[in-house]
Design a binder for this molecule. Structure first.
Ligand code: ADP
Ligand code: MG
Length: 596
């Protein structure tokens, strides 16, 4: 083939790959356009996780009839005209690529009317070619409908994630923008069902409650810090919500950051949040946070990547340390006074715990900056009042296994984490959490295999409310959850009535356990691998098992060891970590230079 210049259409299709990776990217770009157009209400609806249809309607300024076609040209934008404009950018868009890209890989229809004009325009574009354009009478605003995304780029189509994954990502994008723009009302519908709605009253807390669910929000703390201007560096402000140390997640995916209203992905800033919890969370656990960073536009370069999800700061350290300090102050404040909770109820009218975006209420009780850790267990890990191992009925489906460990005698507990025991063959150090997980897992699995899961029926009709994305996951897994003993009944609005829970939960708070299990499921790195029921059982055991940090009395320890001695596989927990270390009498003698 001789060298030749690619056609505009092909260039657009190739370039589209950078902007439109997946249905979620289309939602994101269309939302950004609606927000840039000053919309007060944005309605998003999708079908089949956006593959079949994505529609975003807004009541923003609209596009004037003579500019509609131009909007779909590559590098056509109304938001920037010279490079310096980037320094003062007030809009989310500026590259003029989104509409052209989306239109080149889908069947698109836009209906729009500029607020200054009497008649609107409807335009249809298929794979980048305009097939129809006409004047129509429509309300002010813009509706973009994207159908059959990637119909003409089969390679892209093949790499799409599952419908459910995509649906969850779309929920995340919409809820995140709703959080960043609390003064805008967002409504998300998926396959005809309303999944999320914000009220647009400007109250950050109201949106966050709807996005993360009320249960989670109850464990969130106000964050606010301001780094005053210094020499040549203007002030940096951080505000939002971060979870108290008693709430954590299995991955970093729940740390959401915005810079000047733009949702960004930044590993370093995410790390700043994680760092703020140093010593307060167990390793492998991460906080939930929704944080707004406000910084003068010229201090941040948003033109790093076509998806605009990465930014560069002129002074990254200032941003890092402000975030870390803001979160640390909030969390330490909490850790020292465990029962400080958000005051008052959370309702759409509550004002005492909330503030307007762009006008954060400074905290008056800011703590000294150079706080040091106490090095003690946070209060959270103090002994659990209600915990009693003997509540787990002995022999609850425990198979009459042969003994797999010698009979052990409990000596004591170390660090509220390990049990020291002695047996005929030396000393054993047992990880109480891992060991209990193993015991529960085998009991539970035995019951499950023989289809005899013991359940407790709830009479009181307790409910649990999830975030929108969790709720859709729960809907997907209702049958599997039921098979392992959780009968949940959809109650609308991401709320479920808890009809039954597995008896293994005994005196645990079912809401906490279910929330934890769903969180684990969402963070599951290998969604397809292994039987879903088995996974659920493992997750339940993890949340029900005695925690590291719980002080056990002698009887509790002895019970735990006794049950471990009869498990099939006493040496590892269901997740594969060791449950015990063994030091033989010989090893001990050698270490002490005895005998030999
Ligand atoms: P960018 O947002 O980077 O400018 P886009 O391709 O997303 O590029 O959009 C091109 C132009 O079309 C925008 O600059 C804007 O003028 C116009 N536009 C797009 N969507 C809307 C909308 N929902 N309402 C009003 N104008 C819009
Ligand atoms: Mg745009």
């Amino acid at each position: 083939m001789p060298i030749h210049i690619l056609s505009e259409k092909l260039i657009a299709q190739i370039a589209a790959g950078e902007v439109v990776e997946r249905p979620t990217s289309v939602v994101k770009e269309l939302l950004e356009n609606a927000l840039d157009a000053g919309a007060k209400t944005i309605h998003i609806s999708t079908q089949d996780g956006g593959r079949k249809l994505i529609r975003v309607s807004d009541d923003g300024m609209g596009i004037s009839a003579d500019e509609v076609e131009l909007a779909f040209a590559r590098h056509a934008t109304s938001k920037l005209s010279k490079l310096e404009d980037l320094e003062q950018l007030q809009t989310l868009g500026f590259r003029g690529e989104a509409l052209a890209s989306i239109a080149s890989v889908s069947r698109l229809m836009m209906t729009t009317r500029h607020y200054n004009e009497n008649i609107g325009t409807q335009i249809r574009i298929e794979g980048g070619t305009i097939t129809q354009k006409m004047a129509v009478g429509v309300p002010n605003g813009t509706v973009v409908t994207v159908e059959n995304l990637f119909y003409n780029t089969p390679a892209r189509l093949k790499f799409l994630k599952s419908e459910n994954t995509e649906k969850r990502h779309i929920v995340a994008v919409v809820t995140n923008y709703a959080i960043a723009y609390p003064q805008v009302k967002f409504i998300l519908e998926q396959d005809g069902r309303e999944i999320f709605r914000s009220i647009g009253n400007g109250q950050l807390a109201d949106v966050v409650v709807r996005a993360v669910g009320l249960e989670t929000f109850k464990h969130m703390l106000d964050v606010y810090a301001e780094d005053p201007a210094q020499d040549d560096r203007p002030p940096v402000r951080v505000w939002g919500y971060a979870s108290a140390p008693d709430l954590s997640r299995a991955d970093r995916g729940n740390i959401t950051l915005f810079v000047n209203g733009r949702w960004i992905q930044d590993a370093k800033l995410t790390y700043a949040v994680v760092q703020a919890y140093h010593t307060l969370l167990m390793t492998g656990r991460y906080p939930i946070a929704v944080l707004m960073v406000e910084i003068p536009p010229h201090e941040v370069d948003v033109n790093v990547h076509p998806t605009k999800a990465e930014v560069r700061f002129r002074d990254p350290n200032a941003v890092f340390s402000t975030i870390q300090r803001a979160v640390r102050m909030a969390v330490i404040g909490k850790a020292n006074a465990p029962d400080i909770r958000l005051r008052g109820g959370i309702s759409s009218t509550s004002t005492d715990t909330t503030w307007n975006l762009g006008n954060p209420r400074p905290r008056t009780s800011e703590l000294p900056l150079n706080m040091t850790d106490t090095g003690q267990y946070p209060k959270k890990y103090a002994p659990d009042e209600a915990f009693d191992l003997s509540d787990i009925p002995e022999g609850l489906g425990l198979p009459k296994n042969p003994r797999t460990l010698p009979m052990l005698r409990v000596v004591g507990q170390v660090g509220a984490m390990y049990i020291v025991a002695e047996g005929p063959a030396g000393m054993y150090l047992i990880d109480q959490h891992a060991a209990h997980e193993r015991i529960l897992y085998e009991q539970y699995m035995a019951r499950f295999s023989s289809q005899e899961i013991a359940v407790q029926h709830a009479l009181s009709g307790q409910t649990i409310t999830f975030s929108p994305s969790e709720a859709s996951l729960v809907m997907d897994k209702l049958d599997a959850l039921k098979a392992v003993g959780f009968e949940l009944e959809p109650f609308g609005n991401h709320t479920f009535v808890i009809r039954s829970v597995p008896a293994i939960l005994a005196d645990k708070d079912p809401v906490t356990v279910i929330a934890g299990v769903i969180d684990d499921l969402q963070a599951d790195k290998q969604p397809g691998m292994g039987k879903i029921e088995e996974k659920l059982i493992r997750f339940v055991c993890r949340h029900v098992a005695v925690k590291a940090g719980q002080i056990l009395n002698h009887q509790q320890m002895q019970d735990l060891i006794r049950q471990l001695e009869f498990t099939r596989n006493p040496h590892t927990c269901p997740h594969g970590r060791p449950t015990l270390l063994h030091l033989s009498g010989d090893q001990l003698a050698r270490e002490f230079g005895r005998g030999g």
